[in-house]
Design a protein around this ligand. Structure first.
Ligand code: TRP
Length: 331
């Protein structure tokens, strides 16, 4: 039996180079070895305000970007979270296991709630929904970035507590899945912050769909120091970030990159980074455009319908077990 892997990305924008290098590209590498489920976390996306039409389009785009990046719908279960109502259902039940105290300690909540006035209950509760996502499918491993580690820890605690409360091994306790570290991909405009598709400063991220000119423009504009020497150092977060990106794509290490650009200034280095990014995104964009053609709409819908069906089958069994354990009267 292959081990189970589950992960998801929120459709809160067009996926970025950070999503690709930090997540998607790694998922593609493991799709043969594991039984993988990859979903689009639309229930999570509405924890902050979304324009409905944009959300719908972004959801479609993320599905196409999954496939265009190399996730094979024949090998993986690809689905939309809101198509499987058990996520919300188990989320509620786990709300009655999770503690206010532990949710209050989530650093992502603290960060995000600082930036808003009317904070939604859903934003606070988000990690419980994430726990439900994971626990529904008996995931052995969850590939997540550093920023989601704490949520996975919470998932483990909630699962353990639920199992103890009802004295039954209902939930498998998931582990983080560690893959070869890509240095974290940071915002081009503020290299101390993670590159984010929901950044209000559009120059901070490179979208997987940006044309070459746009990539060149954004990388040229990237914030750096004024030393004009390509050298890897924590004191040079902008250059470090560009080196990380270049390294992730070319597989060259920092010494090799320093040697390659030892006589170059930032202008030349940035142009090389931008063109390397554009080259690596070109085939993804071509595949995306193909999927996006109207005649492929039915194909995409059929993938999602099948994904939802496969996921629902597993999720509904788990929820039935949970309902039995907590003492709900059967139908
Ligand atoms: N919270 C994750 C993020 O923003 C997305 C997500 C939702 C997720 N549910 C998940 C990731 C379950 C892994 C497993 O990146």
């Amino acid at each position: 039996m292959k081990k189970q892997i589950l992960s998801g990305i929120q459709p809160s924008g067009i996926l970025t180079l950070g999503n690709y290098l930090g997540a998607l590209r790694n998922w593609v590498k493991i799709q043969d070895e594991y039984d993988c489920k990859f979903f689009i976390a639309d229930l999570h996306a509405i924890t902050v305000s979304q324009d409905p039409e944009t959300l719908r389009q972004n959801t479609k785009n993320v599905i196409m970007q999954y496939i265009a990046s190399g996730l094979d719908p024949e090998k993986n279960t690809i689905f939309v979270q809101s198509h499987v109502h058990e996520h919300a259902e188990l989320g509620w039940i786990l709300n009655c296991t999770a503690y206010m105290g532990e949710l209050s300690r989530m650093t992502q909540y603290k960060d995000k709630s600082k930036k808003q006035d009317n904070i939604k209950v859903g934003l606070f509760d988000y990690p419980v929904l994430m726990a439900a996502d994971i626990l529904l499918y008996d995931a052995d491993f969850v590939p997540v970035g550093e920023d989601q580690r704490q949520h996975l820890e919470l998932t483990r605690d909630v699962a353990q507590r639920f199992n103890n409360t009802y004295n039954k091994e209902i939930f498998k306790i998931p582990e983080p899945f560690i893959q070869k570290e890509t240095g974290r991909i940071m915002s081009l405009q503020d290299p101390t912050k993670k590159m984010s598709k929901s950044d209000s400063n559009k120059d901070g991220f490179i979208s997987l769909l940006d044309p070459r000119e746009e990539i060149v423009r954004k990388v040229k504009k990237a914030v750096t120091d004024s030393e004009n020497v390509i050298r890897y150092s924590d004191d040079k977060p902008g250059i470090k970030n560009l080196m990380n990106i270049y390294s992730a794509i070319t597989d060259k290490n920092y010494e090799e990159i320093e040697a390659e650009f030892k006589d170059a200034g930032y202008g030349e280095f940035k142009l090389a980074v931008a063109n390397t990014i554009a080259d690596s995104l070109e085939p993804i964009q071509a595949k995306f455009n193909e999927l996006n053609a109207p005649e492929n709409n039915n194909y995409l819908n059929s993938i999602l319908a099948r994904g939802a069906k496969e996921a629902s089958l597993i999720a509904s069994k788990k929820v039935a077990e949970v309902k039995e354990a907590v003492g709900f009267l059967g139908k």
